[in-house]
Design a protein around this ligand. Structure first.
Ligand SMILES: *Cc1c(COP(=O)(O)O)cnc(C)c1O
Length: 359
């Protein structure tokens, strides 16, 4: 038997979520973000589903961009952090990529490069995130250098928001910082909004939005309730099966370090999933899975390859019964919350040994 753990990728959910994005940001073009192997879903699984609908794909690495080109994608591809060393410029031109420029060292290298044709450039503005980008005060100067020294086709202004949740004031602060300091910024093409800004701040949409997490069906805030009414569908279902059942009496313990103590008789199911599959180890003691349509608790410590769950109240559960660890019913945001993280991290952490199955 093959070890029964799968990440099921729901094609219709991807299409559904893309439509929702399109309806909300109907005036903007859409960069669909495929970095980190499409947030753990598999770049080759996700890109064919929406390649005809999205206006372009945004990726982090040259490898990801080349996968898209080699699979026949010939619309725009944006490298979200541009290049990491100047040797990459050759391939950037070879594959017709759009690059982000966030630092002076990149600019200097690009100036020296003997380009054969004009390139599209995203200039990253540091409007308050203080991670990447040129200071708002220097942007006009950077633009002038680019216009004079580089063979460019089009310049787009780009920034990234630190907090674009519904009631955030910081996003307003960041946009105002741009408005105040970059005279006529709106005469350029602008790309500011991520998923959160797309959902909750329509005045930030401008020409191109960049959406990741909403396409995959989790909340940008890490709280499912924040998007529960938007008809967004979880794309990934992490599924396993029960491989062993234990009947244990009162006064025993379960798993490593005797973490769970039975105060009554229990029927326990052991499922084929552990932290080596990417399930978080540090969950709190109110973390659920779904068996036979019933939510039930995880008991004791997560092992590398196994998890114990309570079947006491699910008498119909058997060896081979299916278990949902997250997906349509158990929201990845809820599992993330009970382990002190966000859905983004859990998606990206599903390990290589878990096969992704397109549905
Ligand atoms: C990852 C990323 C995004 C997408 O963010 P989501 O919150 O997943 O929508 C947008 N812009 C940049 C620069 C990114 O790195």
């Amino acid at each position: 038997m093959i070890r029964p753990i799968y990440a099921i990728i729901n094609t219709n959910a991807v299409k559904n979520n893309f439509k929702i994005i399109k309806n909300i940001a109907y005036k903007s073009k859409i960069w669909t973000v495929l970095k980190a192997d499409a947030y753990g879903h598999g770049i080759k699984n996700i890109f064919p589903i929406i390649k005809n609908d999205t206006d372009g794909f945004a990726v982090l690495t040259l490898d990801e961009a080349i996968i898209l080109r080699e699979n026949g994608y010939n619309k725009p591809i944006l490298l979200l952090e541009g290049f990491f060393n100047k040797e990459e410029l050759y391939l950037i031109y070879k594959y017709f990529l759009t690059i982000t420029l966030h630092s002076k060292w990149q600019l200097n290298n690009l100036i020296k490069y003997k380009a054969k044709y004009p390139i599209n450039i995203y200039i990253k503005i540091n409007s308050g995130m203080n991670r990447l980008g040129f200071s708002v005060k220097n942007i006009m100067q950077i633009i002038n250098i680019i216009k004079n020294k580089i063979n460019i086709c089009k310049i787009t202004l780009m920034t990234h928001f630190s907090d674009a949740s519904k009631n955030s004031n910081f996003i307003k602060k960041q946009i105002n910082n741009i408005k105040k300091n970059i005279h006529n910024y709106y005469k350029f093409s602008c790309s500011f909004a991520n998923s959160a800004a797309m959902l909750w701040h329509s005045s930030s949409h401008y020409n191109w939005i960049r959406t990741g997490i909403i396409l995959y069906g989790a909340s940008p805030t890490g709280i499912w309730q924040d998007i529960a009414k938007k008809n967004i569908k979880p794309v990934m279902t992490l599924k396993s099966k029960i491989i062993s059942i234990q009947k244990i009496s009162q006064g025993e313990t379960i798993g490593y370090n005797c973490k769970y103590y039975t105060d009554k008789k229990h029927r326990i199911g052991i499922i084929a999933c552990g932290y080596a599959d990417g399930y978080p180890k540090n969950i709190n003691n109110k973390t659920y899975v779904l068996v036979k349509g019933i939510k039930t608790l995880i008991l004791g410590n997560i092992s590398m390859d196994m998890i114990a769950i309570d079947l006491t109240n699910i008498p119909t559960a058997r060896i081979g019964s299916s278990v949902e660890l997250w997906g349509e019913n158990i929201k990845i945001d809820d599992v993330a919350k009970s382990s002190g993280t966000i859905g983004y991290e859990l998606m990206c952490s599903v390990s290589k040994r878990v096969p992704r199955i397109l549905k």
